[in-house]
Structures are given as C-alpha cells and as structure tokens.
Design a protein around this ligand. Structure first.
Ligand code: SME
Length: 155
C-alpha cells in the first residue's frame, strides 16, 4: 500500500524541481509502493485533451485522450475520481493493455482548477479500495499544490 503522506511530503519538499522531475518522482514512488499498480501514469489537461506525461508500465498508444472519452476523459468531464473494479463491465473503457482488469483515476487540482490526473491500471480485478483512493488523493493534493505554479508558467 502506498503511503500518501510520505510521498506528498517528498513532493512538497522539492518544489524547486522542474515539472518533469516532479511528475517522474510521483510516478516512481506510486509505482514502487503499490503492489498491484501495474501501470502508473500522469496525464495533464491541455485544452480539451489529456496529454500523457510520465508513466511506468507497458508502452501505450493512448498519449492523448479527448475530454469525455474513456475512464480518463470521463473523470475530467464529470469532475470526479473514478474507481473501476472491472474494466470489462463498462462501455466507454479505452484499453491500454489487454491484461488490465481494473483502473483508478484521481484528479489533480489546484484549487478549483483541474490540472490533470493520476491514472493507474492493475492486472488484478478490483485492485483498488477506499484506502488506495484516500492515499492517492493525498498525493494528488500535493501534486496540485506543487504543479499549479509551474503549469501557470507553461501557459
Ligand atoms: N483506460 C483509460 C485509458 C488510459 S490507459 O489506461 C493508460 C481510459 O479508459 O480512459
């Protein structure tokens, strides 16, 4: 199980890192501690698309996802975190790997502004529970704080 507070502390401590360094660190830490986290990535919102930045896991063609598409795009369109215990049971799932059984998406926000999301796929069915969600929300909160000012620079 990941320790969201420790990862958040580490992210906040290095606020002078570049955007890419922050994303890489976050993805690495989440992947290292999440036993069932087979694919971990961070998508950032750019206009009406999600753009994949850093990730660990099998390469994917889904580097750009329109808002409203798939689990990732739906989370943005509906402004909510989404936990899918069985990806085969939903119609709008975009397959990244045929091995994937379950997926969780947690939004990254800077106040009201949505910056992107943490996306995790697991080859285990129903891999994510409320503890995963709670720990990932801590990491997402730290990412929102640290990335907010950096992304304002990028615009
Ligand atoms: N499954 C996601 C697509 C991204 S991959 O999981 C990396 C979706 O349905 O939006």
């Amino acid at each position: 199980m990941i320790d969201g507070a420790t990862i958040s502390q580490e992210l906040r401590a290095g606020a002078d890192r570049t955007l890419d360094e922050v994303l890489r660190l976050a993805v690495r830490q989440i992947h290292a501690d999440g036993e069932k986290y087979d694919w971990v990535g961070i998508y950032l919102l750019k206009g009406d698309h999600l753009v994949l930045h850093n990730y660990i896991g099998e390469p994917t063609d889904l580097a750009r996802i329109p808002v409203g598409s798939g689990v990732c795009g739906t989370a943005i369109a509906e402004d909510r975190d989404i936990n899918v215990p069985d990806v085969q049971a939903i119609d709008n799932y975009l397959a990244c790997s045929i091995e994937t059984q379950s997926e969780i998406v947690v939004l990254i926000k800077d106040g009201e502004r949505t910056l992107g999301q943490i996306d995790i796929d697991s080859d285990t069915r129903a891999a994510f529970d409320d503890r995963d969600l709670a720990e990932l929300r801590k990491v997402a909160a730290a990412l929102g704080e640290v990335l907010g000012p950096k992304l304002r620079h990028h615009e």
